[in-house]
Design a protein around this ligand. Structure first.
Ligand code: ZN
Length: 161
């Protein structure tokens, strides 16, 4: 493949760059386990897959598009529902009329919260099924120039943008 920028022939597939930069170094991977992922969703539940492997910066740049994990959202939803009870209890302890609105508030919260989570799940689903395959396809056709670092696609390169 010829680089469209510097016309060098030293271009490799992004997947090769990615695989070459992955290493199984165990040190300091734990601390990154719960770090906020790219666009990490819901209190940093977005990305916990980095434990066990470390990546070079170049390899990260060449990483394939990842599907967003739904199970973290569901986990956050369950925690939220469990936490809601005690939270509202504590709130009502200071209220003037404690036992009047307790149940109703909890129910309203549960409905709104669940609707919100359903919305997030729907967004995740469409992202995973509509956007990720397209990006992955693009990624599979992408090359990186080893001389100037230009990332380009097979089809685009032939048109000379
Ligand atoms: Zn180049």
């Amino acid at each position: 493949m010829q680089c469209p920028k510097c016309k060098s022939d030293d271009a490799v597939k992004l997947s090769v760059v990615h695989a070459a930069g992955l290493s199984d170094i165990q040190t300091r991977s734990r601390s990154h386990g719960w770090a906020l992922g790219d666009g990490g969703l819901l209190l940093g539940f977005g990305n916990s897959t980095s434990s066990g492997t470390t990546q070079t910066q170049l390899s990260k740049l060449a990483a394939p598009p990842h599907k967003k994990r739904c199970r973290h959202v569901i986990l956050a939803w369950l925690i939220g529902l469990v936490m809601a009870g005690p939270l509202i209890d504590a709130f009502n302890a200071y209220a003037v009329n404690p036992d009047a609105t307790l149940r109703g508030q909890l129910q309203t919260f549960a409905y709104i919260f669940s609707a919100l989570v359903a919305l997030v799940l729907a967004a995740l689903w469409s992202f995973n099924h509509l956007i990720v395959p397209r990006r992955r396809d693009l990624w599979n056709r992408s090359f990186m120039c080893r001389r100037c670092g230009e990332i380009f696609q097979q089809s685009v390169a032939n048109q000379g943008r």
